[in-house]
Design a protein around this ligand. Sequence first.
Ligand SMILES: [Zn+2]
Ligand SMILES: [Zn+2]
Length: 134
Amino acid sequence: MSNDENKGARLSRQRETILDELRKVKTHPTADEVYDMVRKILPRISLGTVYRNLDFLSGRGVVLRLGGAGTQKRFDGNPAAHPHLRCSVCGRVDDLEWPLALPELPVEQSMGYSRLRCDVEFVGVCPMCAGRDS
Ligand SMILES: [Zn+2]
Ligand SMILES: [Zn+2]
C-alpha cells in the first residue's frame, strides 16, 4: 500500500468511527462530546479531525448539524428530517414524536437549492432547568 492509500484508509476509519458513535446515541452531542466518545476508540484522534469529519458528514447530509447562529452546534446521526425540542437554558436537544408530516417545499419555490429538508425545532426550558429555577 502506498502512503496515500494508507492515509486514505486511516481517514475513512476515523470517519466511520465518528459516524458509528454518533449513530449510537440520541443525545445530539456537540463536536467536543463526539470527540470524547471517539477518543475512547481512537485515542490518537485530534479534535480538529473530529470537527473536519463532522463538517464533511453534515455537508453531505449523512448526519444532521443542529443549531443556529450563537448556539453550539450539535450533531444527529439520524439524517432524516425530524422535529426537535431544544432547551434554551442548557442547550439539550431531544427528538420529538411528531404525528404530522413535515412540510415539503415545491421544487419551483426552492430557488435552485437541493437536498432540502425542513428543520422543525421547538425551543423551551427543559424539566431539569425549570426545576433549578424554583
Ligand atoms: Zn435545560
Ligand atoms: Zn434528532
